[in-house]
Design a protein around this ligand. Structure first.
Ligand SMILES: O=C(O)CCC(=O)C1=CC=C[C@@H](O)[C@@H]1C(=O)O
Ligand SMILES: [Mg+2]
Length: 368
C-alpha cells in the first residue's frame, strides 16, 4: 500500500472536569488528529497524545505538528509499505519525537487492518473479546472529595483505582483511602515528584498493599529507581522513563521496575509497544496500558493494544463519558461493569464522527 494523502487536524476539546497532577492542571485538551488515505481511498486514523505544554515529556502539539509536517509526512508519502512495522523503520533516522511518530504509525496500523478486513486487535495479535479497565483520578481538593470520587467509580464498576500523589499529599491520602477501601486494587502515580531523599517517606507506602507505585523519581531516570526498588516492597512501575524497548530492557536488567506502563505515544507507536509487550511477557514482567486523556481515536488504539495477553492489570482506558460530553467516534467507548467490549469491525472498530470532529477542529492541513 501507499499513503497518498494525510490530513492533520488540530483539535480542542473541553474535558468535563479538570485533571490535576503533581505538575499542573488541564481542562482544555488540544491534540492532533491524523487521517491517512491510501491509493484506493481507504482511510486510517491516528491521534497524537502530546499535550499543549511539555510537562509530561518534551513533546507538545506544536512540536508534533512541526515533526509531522516537515519530516515524517515527507518520508512516508508515496512509499510502498507492506506492513505497519516498516513505518518505524522509515522514521528511524529521526531521533525521538515518539508521539509524533506514533500518531502517523497508528493511522497506518488502522488502515492496514481495514485493508485486511480484520480488527486492529487481531492485526496486533490480541485475542480478548473484552478488556478490564481501571481509572486514574486526578488530585482532589481534599480526602473526603477523593473518597467520594473513588466510591462513584467503584459503583460504576471500574476494577482498579489509580490516584495521583505529590509531596504533602501522599501518605495521609493513601492511608485515608485504604481505611475507606481496604480491599480495592489501588495504586499511586507520583509523576516524578520525589527524589532519593524521600526514601523514608516512600517506604511508608509499603504498609498499604498498593499494586504498585508509578514513576516516583525523575522522568528520565532508570538508575535511582533501581536503588529505590531495593528499599521498597511496593513494586515500582515506570511510565515517563520508558521511551523504547531498549529502555525497558535496561530497567528490567537493573531491577528498576517490576511493572511497565505502556503508552503507545510515549514509545513511538504500536509496533514498539508490541515489542515491549513481548519482551516483558518473556521476562515475567506484567504490563498495562496507560492513558493520556485521549479522545476516541486514541482510546480505540489503546483498547486494541490491551487485547494482548500480557496486559495483566486493568489500564487507564476509562469510557468516553468520563472525559467528554461528546466524543469524536461512534459509538463512544462504553464501560460496563468495568469491562469494555472490544469491537470486531475492521481497523479500530469505531467510526470517526465527522460532525463532532468538525465542531472541535481549529485548523486542518492537507498533504498529498
Ligand atoms: O485517564 C487517563 O487517560 C490517564 C490519565 C493519567 O493518569 C495521566 C495522563 C497524562 C499524564 C499523567 O498525568 C498521567 C500519567 O502519568 O499516567
Ligand atoms: Mg503516569
Amino acid at each position: 500500500m501507499q499513503i497518498k494523502k494525510v490530513t492533520v487536524r488540530k483539535m480542542k476539546m473541553r474535558m468535563k472536569e479538570p485533571f490535576a497532577t503533581s505538575f499542573g492542571t488541564m481542562q482544555d485538551k488540544q491534540f492532533l488528529l491524523l487521517e491517512v488515505k491510501d491509493e484506493k481511498g481507504n482511510t486510517g486514523w491516528g491521534e497524537s497524545v502530546a499535550f499543549d505544554a511539555p510537562w509530561y515529556t518534551e513533546e507538545t502539539v506544536e512540536t508534533n505538528l512541526h515533526m509531522i509536517r516537515d519530516f515524517l509526512i515527507p518520508i512516508l508519502l508515496g512509499k510502498e509499505i507492506t506492513h505497519p512495522d516498516e513505518v518505524g523503520v522509515l522514521f528511524s533516522p529521526i531521533r525521538k519525537n515518539n508521539m509524533a511518530k506514533a500518531a502517523i504509525e497508528g493511522a497506518v496500523w488502522d488502515l492496514y487492518a481495514k485493508r485486511k478486513g480484520i480488527s486492529l486487535a487481531e492485526a496486533l495479535g490480541g485475542n480478548r473479546e473484552q478488556i478490564e479497565v481501571g481509572i486514574s483520578i486526578g488530585i482532589q481538593e481534599n480526602l473526603a472529595r477523593l473518597i467520594e470520587k473513588v466510591q462513584g467509580y467503584l459503583d460504576e464498576g471500574y476494577k482498579r483505582i489509580k490516584v495521583k500523589i505529590k509531596p504533602g499529599a501522599d501518605i495521609d491520602v493513601i492511608r485515608g483511602l485504604r481505611e475507606a477501601f481496604p480491599n480495592v486494587p489501588l495504586m499511586a502515580d507520583a509523576n516524578s515528584a520525589y527524589s532519593l531523599d524521600d526514601i523514608d517517606l516512600l517506604k511508608q507506602l509499603d504498609e498499604f498493599n498498593l499494586l504498585m507505585i508509578e514513576q516516583p523519581l525523575a522522568y528520565d531516570d532508570i538508575f535511582d529507581h533501581a536503588v529505590l526498588q531495593k528499599e521498597l516492597k511496593t513494586p515500582i512501575c515506570l511510565d515517563e522513563s520508558i521511551l523504547s524497548l531498549e529502555d525497558v530492557r535496561k530497567a528490567v536488567e537493573m531491577g528498576s521496575t517490576k511493572v511497565i506502563n505502556v503508552k503507545i505515544g510515549r514509545v513511538g507507536g504500536l509496533s514498539e509497544a508490541k515489542r515491549i509487550h513481548d519482551y516483558c511477557m518473556a521476562n515475567g514482567i506484567p504490563v498495562w496500558c496507560g492513558g493520556m486523556l485521549e479522545a476516541g481515536i486514541g482510546r480505540a488504539h489503546n483498547i486494541a493494544l490491551t487485547t494482548l495477553p500480557n496486559f495483566v492489570f486493568p489500564g487507564d482506558t476509562a469510557g468516553s463519558s468520563r472525559y467528554w460530553e461528546e466524543d469524536i467516534i461512534k459509538p463512544e467507548v462504553v464501560v460496563e461493569d468495568g469491562f469494555i467490549t472490544v469491537p470486531d469491525a475492521p481497523g479500530i472498530g469505531y467510526s470517526p464522527d465527522f460532525q463532532t470532529i468538525d465542531e472541535f477542529t481549529t485548523v486542518s492541513y492537507h498533504f498529498e
